[in-house]
Design a protein. Structure first.
Length: 143
């Protein structure tokens, strides 16, 4: 019995829309990461980029459960001594909800060139409108 190996050139990529309104941030990010990797496809091959395009709308309406809004922080460093900046997720979700969703999805993908190509196919919007109507995206079934 031969093993099927998908080829990146022969794959047809679809566009999916995920609505994050009133859903946990992590569960929405996990669903998006699965679609970006292509694990929902029958021809999934781990070493081939066979994922789809994902549009996440209503990122500002995603919820964080428990006390994560006050206890979880987004850290960045300027590179200088004492340059560590910490932002609570309450502030991050109020000002840049797209960044919070993108960081959650990025953390669930591979840390190599394959993951970089997959995160490039993610589009996140704070509101209900998106710019990809021309691609005729399909609403992904709610989980």
């Amino acid at each position: 019995m031969s093993t099927y190996m998908a080829k990146k050139e022969t794959l047809e990529r679809k566009w999916y829309v995920i609505d994050a309104a009133d859903k946990p941030l992590g569960k929405t990010a996990a669903l998006a990461a699965t679609i970006l990797r292509g694990k929902h496809r029958p021809e999934f091959t781990p070493n081939v980029d066979c994922g789809e395009f994902v549009i996440i709308v209503n990122a500002d309406k995603a919820v964080l459960t428990g006390k994560k809004l006050d206890q979880k922080f987004y850290y960045r460093h300027s590179g200088y001594i004492g340059g560590l900046k910490a932002t609570s997720y309450r502030t991050l979700m109020a000002t840049k909800p797209e960044l919070a969703m993108e960081l959650a999805v990025k953390g669930m993908l591979a840390k190599n060139s394959l993951g970089a190509a997959q995160i490039a196919r993610l589009k996140v919007y704070a509101g209900a409108e998106h710019k990809q109507q021309a691609q005729k995206p399909i609403a992904y079934p709610a989980q």
